[in-house]
Design a protein around this ligand. Structure first.
Ligand code: HEC
Length: 199
């Protein structure tokens, strides 16, 4: 009988291994296409040149970022290379000041201070910080706050002055704008912008 033949079992083991490896390779390629920058869920760095919104999608029962028309950041449009360099610098500033000792991003960090994953979309930039800082764009208000957080408090806990240079503050703004465009399956749960979803 063929089932007694060791060659039959060896061939079976080898072919199932090959099939499993092929499935694993397909799943890995699929995951990478979704999580890499420029893929389905993580927009390219040049998204910092565009309007980003946040919209409730009923059939998915969650908020999703929307990417709109051109919106220069600090009055300019960045090439792909410049956008990548600026976002990278912003990330390094966050790492150098250990911002996640107080804040959270993508579920990592602390909850002493507001979640930063969608901070760019916080309506407080327009409602509170633009008037407080005397600026006319969300990006300028954010940069002004980041440079002098103790001059513009809006909460019971205050953010310490981390001595960001104007260039560092702008890089952080670019980084946070890019981060806000990432599809996070509605995370952080409960975050809403004033205009999103109508509620
Ligand atoms: C010691 C804790 C602490 C550290 C470290 C810290 N922050 Fe904050 N941060 C706060 C607190 C508290 C607030 C709320 C302040 C307010 O609203 O007046 C805040 C507010 C913010 C906001 C506004 C969020 C919103 O939508 O309301 C941003 C953006 C921000 N921080 C970015 C940063 C960045 C970038 C770093 C690192 C360079 C950083 N923070 C480091 C405590 C901290």
């Amino acid at each position: 009988m063929f089932a007694r033949d060791p060659l039959f079992w060896r061939a079976g083991a080898i072919s199932s291994l090959i099939v499993t490896l092929a499935i694993l390779a397909m799943l890995t390629a699929d995951t990478l296409s979704v999580i890499s920058t420029g893929g389905a869920n993580v927009p390219a760095y040049t998204v910092i040149n565009q309007q980003i919104g946040y919209e409730y999608v009923t059939d998915r029962n969650e908020y999703l970022p929307t990417i709109g028309g051109q919106e220069p950041l600090f009055g300019r449009i960045y090439t792909p290379g410049q956008a990548e360099a600026l976002v990278r610098e912003g990330k390094l500033v966050l790492q150098s000041r250990a911002c996640l000792d107080c804040h959270t991003m993508f579920g990592t960090g602390a909850y002493y201070a507001p979640d930063l994953t969608k901070a760019w979309l916080d309506p407080a930039w327009e409602h509170l910080w633009m008037p407080m800082t005397g600026t006319h764009t969300r990006a300028d208000a954010m940069a002004a706050f980041l440079e002098h957080p103790q001059q513009y408090p809006t909460w019971t806990r205050e953010m310490p002055d981390l001595h960001l240079t104007p260039a560092e503050a702008r890089a952080v703004v670019a980084y946070l704008k890019w981060v806000s465009s990432v599809k996070t399956n509605g995370f952080p749960y409960g975050f809403k912008t004033a205009t999103a979803g109508g509620t």
